[in-house]
Ligand binder design. Structure first.
Ligand code: MSP
Length: 658
């Protein structure tokens, strides 16, 4: 099967950062997995260089735009190389191969009457490179909630693209293809936006001359978004290139939620006008925010040097952290502390330790040679069955553009493997020669589990197989995805190496001079749990009758699976014929969710409106009285009293509760 995946082409107005890296790493992981499955993959990324903001930035830097973008594009290429991005092509919109196609398309649309000349009078936001009509502005500024910056008044002769002509066809396509725009929240936003009516789009500028010239009227340059979107086919050699025939339409255009609108309106309409099939999926993931809830972005100046981060931690931990932190359909939070915590717990402790301790046991108990396994017990059978489940689950999540969900599957396997070590206790088996066959089976299973983990990690952290190869002493073990569910691959007798830890623990204080949050956290946890137990025991005396028995102990990682968010209640109403239920509409960042909550006997709907409450945001949606509840709000209850947990400080909606 062929698989064509793209990232947005990035503006080279400043060096790439963690946010831009996320989309590219996620696309890379998807591309790698498909290659491992034997698919014919084409993975495209590149740079969007004909923007007005590039001219401005270059002017400010006192260099000509060409020299400026050449310098930044070099940084993009370097970063992608360091992060082991496996793109098949890198397109720059200043290349001739691209300009030719843009001009061909502009000409064609003009000749068939879809582009016409008129005059544009309205507003333009240069940071967003977007035209706005007066009535859309908010307080006279850019209405994009992430922008809000000054707009400029334009009055110039322009060419217009008849978007309105294609509105109904586009809506029909979206309705008939439920997977076309994802996730669902983005799809709903887009449908609403299109239903609001599409205006013809201004597609040329005359007030500067940086860009691709309109072929038949060279005082105009093509509007940067029309120019940029065309990269997805110009890179393939549209209209008659071999790659175009082979790979178009794209299976996935991956991007941040900020630019889904351009990809689900301007792009499909352009393709419709050209009679070209539409891409299968436009997927908009969330943003990386900093701990204060602000978007990580170059224009906000809150980005950390990605090159320095890679130097400190290596590419795999950065890839892992970013992929793991962006929960499906939500924003993710980025901080270096959290990165180090993940590195130490998931990579050094869980994965790294499993590899080190099991290989050390093979060295110790079998002179470093892979033994011949004996008969499987239920424990080995379970591990084998789980590998199939995890392989399929990981694959399915990646098909849904959900790398975090996929990694959860993989880490389920890592945990199970660690548990297997404790359950089988080879150190005890080794004490009695009568257990030799059992010990050999266990040691053999270890090596196979390491091999499987190497395969499962490969799309996300391509460095893991590289690190494992010398340890397992066999080449070519990690390239085939299907082998993650097959067993007895490694030959008994193979000599293994103990090697160095594949992910050494990191002490962040080396970089920040501050006490490591993790070690401080561990200390605190110890004392807290002692004190906590005491408090529980004392408290239990008072409320013993009402007290629900304490649940089984969980680890901090298990708790971390819960995604708790601050949300604001926008609307609340009773659910018909259900005297306990309220239907709430809550705002979580840019998203609106519907929640059905069993609190109607404790709150009148109006009492809740405007309240900021806590939502379990990653709870599987469930239908209650025919209404899909997309999460659950938290409340404390005791002796028939109930109070919804709320925050009183000015914390923005969407902020995480940890
Ligand atoms: N040039 C346009 C895209 C044209 S595509 C035909 C553009 N470029 S951009 O440099 O601003 O990059 C936007 C993309 O970078 C986002 O859609 C997203 O993929 C990624 N991100 C930038 N900042 C981000 C975060 N803070 N978090 C996650 N992704 C972010 O728009």
């Amino acid at each position: 099967m062929k698989y064509y995946i793209t990232t947005p082409i990035y503006y080279p107005n400043s060096s790439p950062h963690i946010g831009t890296a996320y989309t590219t790493i996620a696309a890379d992981a998807m591309a790698r997995l498909r290659r491992m499955k034997g698919d014919d993959v084409y993975f495209l990324t590149g740079t969007d260089e004909n923007a007005q903001k590039i001219v401005r930035t270059a002017e400010n830097a006192g260099v000509d735009p060409h020299t400026y973008v050449d310098g930044i594009v070099k940084r993009f290429r370097e970063l992608w190389e360091l992060l082991q991005i496996s793109n098949d092509d890198f397109i720059r919109t200043t290349e001739d191969r691209h300009a030719k196609v843009v001009q061909y398309i502009f000409n064609r649309l003009y000749e068939q009457g879809d582009i016409y000349k008129s005059e544009y009078e309205g507003w333009y936001c240069t940071p967003c490179e977007t035209f706005w009509t007066e009535n859309k502005l908010v307080d006279g500024k850019c209405p994009n909630p992430d922008c809000g910056r000054e707009v400029e008044l334009l009055k110039e002769e322009s060419y217009f693209f008849k978007m309105s002509k294609y509105q109904d066809r586009l809506l029909k396509h979206i309705h008939e293809n439920p997977d076309f725009i994802q996730p669902l929240s983005r799809r709903n936003e887009m449908i609403k936006f299109i239903e609001g009516g599409l205006e013809d789009l201004c597609v040329s500028r005359t007030t500067f001359n940086w860009g691709i010239k309109v072929p038949f009227d060279p005082k105009h340059v093509v509007y940067v978004w029309l120019d940029a979107l065309i990269n997805y086919i110009s890179a393939l050699g549209y209209p008659d290139g071999e790659n175009y025939q082979k790979y178009w339409p794209a299976e996935v255009h991956l991007m941040g939620k900020d630019i889904v609108r351009f990809h689900s309106i301007i792009w499909p309409i352009t393709l419709m006008a050209l009679d070209v099939p539409l891409p299968e999926k436009v997927f908009g993931h969330g943003w990386f925010l900093n701990r204060e809830g602000g978007k990580i972005s170059k224009s906000r100046g809150n980005v950390q040097d990605s090159f320095e981060l890679i130097r400190r931690y290596g590419p795999d931990p950065i890839r892992y952290f970013l992929l793991r932190e962006m929960q499906f359909g939500m924003d993710g939070t980025y901080s270096e502390d959290d990165l180090v915590e993940r590195l130490n717990s998931d990579l050094a402790n869980d994965l790294g330790n499993f590899v080190s301790r099991t290989l050390a046991m093979i060295v110790k108990y079998n002179q470093g040679k892979v033994p011949v396994p004996g008969t499987d017990t239920i424990l080995e059978k379970e591990l084998k069955e789980l590998s199939l489940l995890v392989k399929n689950g990981t694959e399915a999540k990646m098909l849904d553009c959900d790398p975090a969900g996929a990694l959860e599957f993989v880490w389920q396997y890592v945990s199970r493997c660690n548990k297997y070590v404790d359950e089988t206790a080879p150190w005890t088996l080794a004490k009695d020669p009568a257990n030799k066959e059992r010990l050999d089976t266990v040691l053999y299973t270890f090596v196979e589990a390491i091999r499987i983990l190497g395969i499962l990690c490969a799309p996300f952290m391509p460095g893991v197989p590289e690190k494992l190869k010398p340890l397992l002493g066999t080449e070519g073990l990690f390239n085939d995805w299907e082998q993650a569910a097959r067993w007895n691959i490694i030959q008994p007798g193979t000599v293994i190496q103990k090697g160095d830890p594949i992910f050494p623990r990191i002490d962040i204080s080396v970089y920040t001079g501050e006490e490591s949050k993790e070690s401080a956290g561990q200390e605190k946890q110890k004392t807290e749990s002692k004190e906590g137990k005491q408090i529980m025991q004392e408290g239990a005396k008072d409320i013993s009758k009402e007290m629900v028995p304490l649940k089984e102990e969980i680890t901090i990682d298990e708790f971390g699976k819960m995604d708790l968010r601050v949300v604001k209640v926008l609307r609340a109403e009773k659910v018909e014929k259900a005297d306990k239920l309220l239907r709430l509409e809550v705002e979580m960042g840019n998203e609106i969710r519907t929640i059905v909550s069993g609190i109607a006997q404790h709150y009148a709907p109006d009492d809740l409106v405007g309240k900021k409450v806590i939502l379990v945001a990653n709870l599987k949606p469930a239908k209650l009285r025919g209404i899909e509840s997309q999460g659950m709000i938290l409340a404390a209850s005791h002796n028939g009293e109930l109070e919804v947990l709320s925050v009183s400080k000015d914390i923005p909606t969407g902020a995480q509760v940890k």
